[in-house]
Design a protein around this ligand. Structure first.
Ligand code: CA
Ligand code: CA
Length: 361
């Protein structure tokens, strides 16, 4: 029985062991077969996931860069515009401000001597132009002004033709000046008279210049200057009709000349290379001195000392008698256009304050 039992037992054991082995083999083979697949799949997934997570930010970044680039370009544009806007007032004043350093280089002996100046309107060469008006006399549309004159002093007459705007019309008219067929257009407001003049701005050169009158935008009468050198026509510049000139290439605006005598000035213009160039003048030499005041209507604000900032009053005009005054200081509002109009003075009776005048506009 034991043998029977033995083989039985052994058979049972063998079967059990075999089954166990089979199971183990199955489990191992299954796990062996599955494991790499799972790993591979996971790896594939991982890689693609990794690639995605790596690629996606790259795409995103690229897109972001693409989006950023125009923005940064726009930012730069905005920056540039802002800078330009900031620079505009500077560059606007620069043409007039720039010559100021030149002032320091100008020796006192080279500065204009006002005694040598006379009113621009007294300096014109007496020649008559032929003036043809279109439109009514009180409301002219335009003018054609002509004359032959030797502008470059070479002994040959030069044919001058000027087209000027009137007050009414100007729709089909452009202001221009033409010398021997060379035409130069220019900007002007209007003229009621069609006045064109000849003058000699600088006696030391061989040119006589043309001056065209312009009433200005709001009663700012001025003259436009032109020079013909035999081959070219230059627009030299413009200056108010109250200006003075010395015939040596220097001009002083009527707005830069003192209201008191002896006259002094805050700036002058010099014809340099066919252009009017601005030069500012220092006020110090003119301060602390006595002047003749011809009197008339003016404004006055009493102050004991020169104020840093002033709110100018324009209501009450005071009638002043002619007399002497002591000039303590000058109040210049704009350095690039130093209009002489506000003076800190002391009258003979000891009254001190700001004396200033109406500037028509
Ligand atoms: Ca000539
Ligand atoms: Ca000349």
């Amino acid at each position: 029985m034991s043998n029977n039992g033995m083989p039985y037992v052994s058979m049972k054991r063998i079967i059990g062991i075999s089954l166990l082995l089979l199971l183990l083999t199955l489990v191992i083979s299954c796990s062996n077969m599955k494991a790499p697949r799972i790993d591979t799949e996971r790896n594939d997934n991982d890689i693609s996931a990794d690639t995605k997570t790596v690629e996606d930010p790259i795409e995103d970044i690229t897109e972001t860069y693409q989006e950023l680039d125009p923005i940064s370009a726009r930012d730069q544009e905005v920056d540039q515009k802002t800078r330009n806007q900031e620079m505009d007032p500077i560059s606007a004043t620069n043409p007039e401000v720039e010559p100021i350093p030149a002032t320091s280089q100008v020796k006192d002996s080279e500065k204009p001597n006002f005694d040598e100046f006379q009113p621009l309107r007294d300096s014109f060469v007496r020649v008559d132009f032929e003036v043809k008006r279109e439109g009514r006399k009180d409301e002219p549309k335009s003018f054609i002004v002509t004359r032959n004159y030797d502008l470059n002093r070479d002994g040959h007459m030069d044919k001058i033709k000027v087209s000027l705007l009137g007050i009414d019309g100007a729709n089909n008219t452009l202001p221009y000046i033409e010398v021997n067929g060379i035409r130069q257009e220019f900007y002007m407001d209007y003229t009621l008279s069609g006045e064109v003049q000849i003058l000699d701005l600088d006696e030391s050169d061989n040119f006589h210049e043309i001056a065209c009158f312009d009433e200005g935008p709001s009663d700012d009468p001025h003259y436009h200057f032109f020079r013909y050198d035999g081959t070219k026509l230059y627009e030299i510049g413009e200056i108010d009709a109250y200006a003075y000139m010395d015939g040596k290439g220097k001009l002083i605006s009527g707005f830069h000349i003192s209201h008191f005598t002896p006259k002094f000035y805050s700036a002058w213009y010099q014809v340099e290379e066919n252009q009017l160039v601005f030069h500012s003048n220092t006020m110090e030499p003119y301060l602390g001195k006595a002047y003749e005041f011809e009197g008339g209507k003016a404004y006055f604000l009493p102050f004991d000392e020169m104020p840093e900032e002033v709110e100018f009053q324009w209501e009450e005009l005071i009638q002043f008698e002619p007399g002497k005054l002591n000039l303590i200081d000058v109040y210049i509002l704009f350095e690039d256009n130093p209009v002489l109009n506000h003076y800190f003075v002391e009258f003979e009776d000891g009254k001190r304050g700001l004396l200033y005048f109406w500037i028509g506009d």
